[in-house]
Ligand binder design. Structure first.
Ligand code: ASP
Ligand code: MG
Length: 439
């Protein structure tokens, strides 16, 4: 059995929902995970904000807007009166429920119920569309098996037992559909896996059923080896190790969030990124297989600030780094890159909310300098320290570019450079040339 997850834009309108239905109907006895129709979760957040702010009229406007968009969608989606009737009745019930919410009784508990409606609607709409096509489809309610524990983390034993029992109950089913994102918490209340959580659902259910593969369908063509908006002739990355994917996740390289792929990685289940617009294209496969010595991709993250602290007291001292790190911790600021020498340390941060306070506190320990408007460029691939040559190739690309920091050794899959934001474009181009073409 495969898990096939479709994001909000993949079910963004009637034509796209039909397209998804066509894709999954022919795929075999699989489990489909679906996000809310794009824009819906944002609207439900907006609805909740109006209620929190004591503006029920604003909330009603949002419901009216959503209602008319779903009326149109349902009008276009179904061929039979029966399916359209069922769908209309369902969404009317949801919108009727939203209209009963008042600000007096609105708390985070109600908000979570509200946010769950997006996935509940999209999964029903898709299931009825499949039924109309003659597919024997079963809708498996995520609220019956997705659960978080006392730490707010997914309760994987509960999920595995619950989901497999549900699947076994329906031997007649040709296809299963469930909701991404939504779950119950320890107190059995409706909750969610945080915004963008449907990928996480896909990975969790894939691990729970021991899926043969987890497919993440979006509307982009897999992963490219560099930013196609900046570099000409980028090429698709066909294969990544889970750890390479995790490195790239931080750079928002249109790939899964590192925590989302964790369950798939531990269960050894391959994840494939696919494009609904080009379903025959092989996409990008992520698994536990290493491609010895191969450099896969380059990515950048701008708006970075570098801070360095130099102090002769650091020489031969212990506890210096701990004191420095404690300052960042006390200001809830996470450090991304770090480089040290015998008498100094440089770190990079992307959240500058407490920069002044951090600099003030660091001055206790040494001379502090700050460089703003920097950019982290990371090179990702199989770069085990026993491999030779990859550092030279990456460094060669940097020969005309001022580099503020270099970091390697934190993992076997990444070298990072910190350069000026203004040098980002030429750095990315130069790296592509040296790593993926002939230098
Ligand atoms: N619908 C949810 C969101 O927009 C979950 C998801 O799309 O993954 O955040
Ligand atoms: Mg999404």
């Amino acid at each position: 059995m495969k898990v096939m997850k479709f994001g909000g834009t993949s079910v963004g309108n009637a034509e796209r929902i039909r397209n998804v239905a066509g894709l999954v109907a022919e795929s075999g006895r699989n489990l489909v995970v679906v996000s809310a129709v794009s824009g819906t979760t944002n609207s439900l957040v907006e609805f909740s904000d109006y209620l929190y702010n004591g503006n029920p009229d604003g909330a009603k406007d949002v419901v009216a807007r959503l209602e008319s968009s779903y009326d149109r969608l349902i009008g276009e989606l179904y061929h039979t009166k029966e399916a359209a009737g069922k769908a209309s009745e369902y969404v009317q019930e949801v919108f009727g429920y939203l209209r009963t919410m008042s600000r007096q009784l609105f708390t985070t508990t109600e908000e979570k119920v509200v946010l769950a409606q997006g996935e509940l609607i999209s999964s029903h709409l898709l299931a009825w569309c499949l039924e109309e096509m003659g597919v024997k489809v079963r809708l498996l309610p995520a609220l019956d098996f997705m659960k978080t524990d006392s730490r707010g983390e997914p309760d994987t034993d509960y999920i595995r037992t619950g989901l497999n029992a549900l699947i076994e109950k329906h031997p007649e089913a040709e296809l299963f559909v469930t909701q991404g994102f939504i779950c119950r918490n320890l107190h059995h209340e409706i909750d969610n896996l945080k915004r963008g959580g449907s990928d996480y659902t896909a990975s969790l259910v894939g691990a729970a059923i021991g899926a043969e593969e987890i497919q993440i369908w979006t509307d982009i063509d897999g992963m490219q080896n560099n930013d196609p908006k900046i570099v000409e002739n980028t090429a698709p990355v066909r294969h990544l190790h889970f750890d390479e994917a995790a490195e790239l996740g931080y750079f928002g390289a249109k790939i899964l969030h590192p925590t989302c792929i964790q369950p798939a990685k531990f269960a050894g289940i391959p994840v494939r990124l696919l494009n609904t617009m080009a379903p025959a294209s092989p996409g990008t496969l992520i698994d536990n297989v290493r491609d010895r010595g191969s450099i896969k991709a380059v990515a950048a993250k701008g708006n970075i600030t570098a801070i360095s602290i130099r102090s002769s007291r650091m020489l031969l001292a212990h506890g210096f780094l701990r004191r420095v790190f404690e300052i960042f911790e006390s200001w809830q600021t996470s450090i991304d890159m770090i480089c040290t020498s015998e008498v100094g340390v440089s770190v990079s941060i992307d959240n500058t909310t407490h920069l002044n306070e951090i600099v003030h506190d660091l001055k206790k320990y040494g001379t502090v300098t700050v460089d703003m408007d920097m950019c982290i460029i990371c090179v990702v691939g199989d770069m085990d320290w026993e491999n030779v040559g990859f550092e030279t190739r990456a460094m060669e690309a940097m020969k005309d570019i001022p580099v503020r920091m270099v970091s390697y050794g934190g993992s076997n899959y990444n070298i990072s450079f910190l350069v000026k934001d203004e040098d980002k474009v030429r750095t990315l181009r130069s790296l592509s040339k040296c790593l993926f073409e002939k230098c």
